[in-house]
Ligand binder design. Structure first.
Ligand code: TXA
Ligand code: MG
Length: 358
């Protein structure tokens, strides 16, 4: 099998909508990362997603919709859903709600809840509308590897496993959606940090939103010391439940080790050009911003001027481009994003997982 990349022309959208209706997989563009989509109501189609990704069955999928009425067919709504949908949909927010019986167990890994998102990407929305189905879609990468933000990334990881990739250009946000557990509207909890912050959500709901990343994202990382997971997991304790967080505040599948390049990665609280220059030549440095002085060819950067929008958009693409193990490249060094903004917490969540020990 070899994947073909389709531009989002009307004829191609019709063709891909039919493929989805037949139960086939289509990689789709979203504003966060590329997803691997299938009919969420078909256990067989969803089984193919797990197969293609090599994803364990205990890691549930997000279901994508293009209008709010679709949510009511899939999940039990509460008073928080309307205001959240008005404020943030379409966009990078996923809501976890009690599921209805129509959602197959394979989608939710047997959980009584389902994660639902209305994406903003124009081309993906057109496809959702045409096929008329809710689409289950995890990120379109082999399980555990760095998430894809372009059709080339999808081809690279899944090119021999799937047949259709819909090209919607590079992802504009570049990090996966914020996941919010809103089963109890009085006690909303962020399960995965993304571009929409706990404060943004709290303002809409008028309640405090719990956020696992609040505790220490980045704060547990010494200049060259051990890495501490934002959820409080021990590095390497893949899948283990952190002692410091309640089970309710954890999304299944949010493993300590995730988003991982092949090369070992060392996280730094900050990384200056001077520090980068002191690294061995067979180790590469990924700085937050372009250095003012000329840099050697083992020094790279996420943004021109330190803007976190740009850094988030580039993060996965840069990690992939640098992830070419060779005698000339044995390790990556990356700087954490400064501050406690939504994007800083989300970037640092992904970097911390990427750096966790195998
Ligand atoms: O931005 C995104 O959310 C992207 C695009 C494609 O929409 N999707 C994405 O999917 O990141 P994925 O599969 O890489 O991450 C989905 C995560 C699961 O690993 C799990 O942590 C959480 O969503 N999740 C799904 N269903 C859940 C549920 N019922 N309860 C709690 N967490 C759930
Ligand atoms: Mg993923």
């Amino acid at each position: 099998m070899h994947a073909r990349v389709f531009r989002g022309t009307p004829a191609n959208l019709v063709r891909l909508a039919r493929a989805l209706q037949r139960g086939e997989l289509v990689a789709v563009p979203t504003e966060t990362v590329y997803g691997l989509a299938a009919n969420a109501l078909s256990p067989r189609a969803c089984e193919a997603i797990f197969q293609a990704k090599g994803r364990p069955s205990n890691d549930p999928l997000i279901v994508h919709i293009h209008r709010l009425a679709q949510l009511d067919a899939l999940a039990h709504r509460n008073a928080a859903v309307g205001p959240l949908a008005r404020a943030f949909w379409p966009g990078p927010l996923t809501l976890v709600l009690p599921k209805k019986a129509v959602v197959p167990g394979i989608v939710t890994s047997g959980l009584p809840s389902v994660a639902i998102r209305m994406p903003a990407h124009r081309v993906f929305r057109a496809l959702l509308k045409l096929c008329g189905l809710p689409l289950a879609a995890p990120s379109a990468n082999p399980f555990g590897y760095v998430s894809p933000t372009s059709p080339a990334h999808v081809l690279d990881g899944l090119g021999t496993k799937i047949r259709h990739i819909l090209d919607g250009g590079p992802a504009s946000i570049g990090l996966e959606s914020t996941i919010l557990d809103i089963r109890d509207p009085r006690r909303p909890a962020i399960l995965r940090p993304g571009a929409i912050s706990a404060a943004d959500i709290g303002r809409v709901l008028g309640v405090r939103v719990r956020s696992p990343a609040r505790k220490n994202t980045g704060a547990g990382v010494a200049a060259d010391g051990p890495v501490c997971n934002p959820l409080g997991c021990k590095p390497g304790a893949t899948g283990a439940m952190p002692a410091s967080a309640s089970p309710a505040a954890i999304a299944p599948g949010m493993l300590t080790k995730h988003y991982s390049p092949r090369l070992p990665l060392t996280l730094h609280k900050s990384l200056t050009l001077a520090q980068a220059l002191a690294l061995p030549r067979d180790e590469a440095a990924l700085l937050l911003r372009r250095p003012r002085r000329a840099a050697p060819d083992n020094v790279f950067w996420l943004s021109e001027a330190g803007g976190l929008d740009e850094a988030a958009r580039n993060l996965f693409a840069k990690l992939r481009a640098l992830d070419v193990p060779s005698p000339r490249r044995k390790r990556l060094h990356v700087a954490l994003a400064p501050g406690r903004s939504a994007l800083a917490l989300a970037i640092n969540d992904r970097l911390t997982r990427a750096a966790a020990k195998r």
